[in-house]
Design a protein around this ligand. Structure first.
Ligand SMILES: Nc1nc2c(ncn2[C@@H]2O[C@H](COP(=O)(O)OP(=O)(O)OP(=O)(O)O)[C@@H](O)[C@H]2O)c(=O)[nH]1
Ligand SMILES: [Mg+2]
Length: 311
């Protein structure tokens, strides 16, 4: 039996969460085309059908240089504890050139790899959009990676292709997991074989609402909001959820609600649809928009959200 903890890291928008969801086969981590969609470390667990391999993937926020308190906390989330990590998985958009942020992140990974004597693997993603030669050359030149894989995480499929595509994806998962497992030690599994993630139902709901806020709100607004579940109640055929959407200022409320409440309605309907799929039951979601003054700078609120605020 091979198993281990795999830290997924990369700059915003590289496709880290898309990769995690593809490996797990479920939507565990929010995915959008806006940078910094992921705000917290999320674990997704892959167990091979043959019960030989279990990989515990840890999705992290995208790394980028910025000195605001909230951004520093997001960067801290990436390397919160590295002693338990068995393998570093660097994900990058293979179709674009290398950036300074990526070089800085690679230098940090390099340090940790040497410090803990752990392997690092690179996933060059979005090959469907092309491959940037300069980036490939750079990744090879730094001698950090045991292996550099080129993949596309897209799992979109038309109804006709669905069956074949599913087969293709499970094959892809198996290949990737075998490659990673080559660099892991023999050890027994950490989680039951049927467990897919370690986040609570409440956190799962918050993640989906957050994703919809990124999808339907524009410019800076999604970065100024967070969601918190107040109530999660279940009966035989339905789940009832109340959640707050907290923003920083009174003036942001009408933007989140939208003209004729159109925006908030889109967020609600789209979240209800995903949650129905995830929980296998109809979901009735009530959303309330609330002002939480300057939460991105408020240490108490950030602490309540689970961020580790140092003095
Ligand atoms: N064309 C293409 N798009 C992809 C692929 N993988 C991911 N994407 C898209 O890239 C965008 C970013 O994906 P995410 O998974 O949210 O990226 P991330 O690295 O988790 O981003 P942050 O959480 O913001 O750091 C989304 O619009 C995805 O649909 C791929 O293989 N090909
Ligand atoms: Mg993400």
């Amino acid at each position: 039996m091979k198993s281990g903890f795999i830290l997924i890291c990369g700059i915003p928008n590289a496709g880290k969460s898309t990769f995690l969801n593809m490996m797990i086969g479920e939507k565990i981590s929010g995915v959008t085309d806006k940078p910094q969609t992921t705000r917290k470390r999320i674990k997704g667990i892959y167990t091979s059908a043959s019960s030989e391999i279990q990989l515990v993937f840890i999705d992290t926020p995208g790394f980028h240089k910025s000195n605001t308190l909230f951004n520093r906390l997001l960067n801290d989330e990436i390397f919160e504890t590295t002693t338990d990590i068995d393998c570093f998985l660097f994900i990058t958009d293979g179709s674009t050139g290398i950036t300074d942020d990526e070089k800085e992140l690679l230098a940090s990974i390099n340090e940790l790899v040497s410090k803990h004597s752990k392997p690092a693997i690179a996933i060059v993603n979005k090959t469907d959009l092309g491959i940037n030669k300069e980036k490939m050359d750079y990744l090879r030149s730094i001698n950090l990676f045991k292996q550099i894989l080129q993949i596309s995480c897209l799992t979109d499929k038309t109804e006709n292709q669905k069956k074949d595509k599913n087969l293709e994806i499970s094959q892809k998962r198996e290949n990737i997991s075998r490659i990673i497992a080559n660099y892991l030690d023999e050890q027994s599994f950490f989680y039951p074989e049927d467990q897919l993630s370690d986040i609570s139902e409440k956190e799962q709901v918050e993640e989906i609402i957050q994703e919809k806020l990124y999808l339907y709100l524009h410019q800076e607004i999604p970065y100024k909001v967070f969601s918190e579940v107040l109530l999660f109640k279940e009966d035989e055929d339905k789940i009832y959820i109340d959640a707050n959407i907290c923003c920083e200022k009174e003036s942001q409320k009408p933007i989140i609600i939208g003209k004729n409440a159109e925006v908030i309605k889109k967020v609600r309907l789209s979240a209800e649809k995903d949650l129905k799929f995830i929980f296998g039951k109809k979901v009735k979601l009530n959303l309330f928009v609330k002002v939480s003054n300057n939460w991105t700078k408020n240490k108490m609120i950030l602490k309540d959200m689970g961020y580790n605020i140092r003095k």
